[in-house]
Design a protein around this ligand. Sequence first.
Ligand code: M6R
Length: 604
Amino acid sequence: MCGIVGFVADSGDALPFLFDGLKRLEYRGYDSAGIALATPEGIATQKSQGKLAQLQELLDRLPRGVPCGIGHTRWATHGRPTDENAHPHMDCQGIIATVHNGIIENFQELKQELMGAGHVFASDTDTEVVPHLLEAYGGDKDLVRAVQSAESRLKGAYAFLAMSSRQPDTIIAVRRSSPLVIGWGEGVHYIASDVSAFLANTRQAQFLENGDLAVVTPQSVTIHDGQGQITERPVTTIGWNIRQAERGGYTHFMLKEIMEQPDVWGDCLRGRVQNGRVVVEELGLVSRQLPKVGRIQIVAAGTAYHAGLVGKSLIERLARIPVDVAVASEFRYQEPVLTDDTLVMAISQSGETADTLACMALARHQGMSTYALVNQVGSTLARESDRVGYTHAGPEIAVASTKAYTTQILVLTLLALALAEARGRARPDLVEGLLMLPAIGQEIVQDLEHIQDMAAQLAQSPHVFYIGRGMDYALAMEGQLKIKEISYIHAEAYAAGEMKHGTLALIEEGTPVVAILTEERLAGKTLSNILEVKARGARVWAIVGKTLGRELPVDHLLSIPTREPFLSPALAALPLQLLAYWTAVNRGQDVDQPRNLAKSVTVE
Ligand code: M6R
């Protein structure tokens, strides 16, 4: 939800970094974008609705060789995506510029107050109250003090950067829930919503904590904590490199991220399996605590929620521990009943999803033990949970989550197997079997022709149904989300046995149905459901486990080369992802940046 960048150096040119940083953060929002540079003569700014390509056309109107500036790429919350609502926003005198991520909840009352005092607003955004408040608190003379005073007036979850043409060597960075990280270089500091913005320049990163206010100059970073005390935050070295955050010859990040999954699975499993046993400590957990886990409550959103559903099935069936899975935006308001032996587990690629963070805060408040399964190293969720396990999927840039999802499934499988062993139900065959998945995954992603064929047909259809039972139903839910979000085809996932309770009425001649069937024990049942939709004219495409597809009366068959259901979910996800990808490509959609969406949802 909005990407923000800042650059302040002894000398040099902020503009190339700001634009490049915004390109790398464009996945966070792409409704509009803008850049401001602080020169002693005043703030120079350019902004435009639409994607960064539109801003790029305006860049030659900005001065070069200015070493201090901020930039923004927007996912609209308050106010339509217009030039006026694009950030940076300024005070009345044009001295102070700000960029902002998140929501200022009390902006209406602040705006009224400021307008009453003569401030003139140029946009419909909540953000614009910030530069005007800074102006009201004397930001033209002392920006730090003005930010400290303004801060006490703002309500909400946000991060912002502010700079003034009167102090053109300083950027103030404020973090209240929305992420901010400072990159350290020689005589230069970078500021960004996430590290991918500056990985090409430095891997030395300093994550701000909630409540921090950082005064950033070329030579120093002074951090005040939520109580106003000067504090230190560690500078860590980021393990990712910039190549991982680039397209590497693929037309879209999504395709690259799908195709690299087999390798990424290798990274995810590395060091976590030894002699048929899961190395529990490598999951961020402590072995002796596992037998004490009596129940697990998973919270997550979107694709991560779907991974949680697969996890529920794996943990319950392998370890016989009850698992509840909740959509984070619902759980936080459900007044959940949590028993002392419950482990509350959040799953999130970004580690910054506002609803998921709120659930974990609630669990901590109730004294629960918390565990986060996260991809982004150093993210808020990772830092605010008792324990953290990483998916090690590397940077995921496409809005549609793919490799984060399958690595979440792999870690959940490891966790289920570790819990199973702790309860005397060890399955060394499955633990070893996991190590085969990268090679099997490689076979699947190479076999593209069939899927492209299916996608060309699906692209013509206004809707599609996904059906399955058990874990296959959880996969169906992910399949339908993938196709919806990038191809804009209406899709529904149904528990296969549930279709006849109403939804079957929607099946007519030619309706596409994707059936997932990876479990032998359920094959007969799902086959009946396939026959039911076929009898009503559906075109059925089936994704099946090895040996299950031989007799199926379907129009297209994709076979997963394993018959082990507990190891199938990540493998079966591959054709679902590729089907969604090629369907969207066939429809000419913007695959990596689907309309109305953003990669990390840092607002409620
Ligand atoms: O970063 P998170 O995993 O917490 O994000 C959760 C969802 O916003 C995310 O999975 C979303 O549903 C994806 N766009 C799906 O592809």
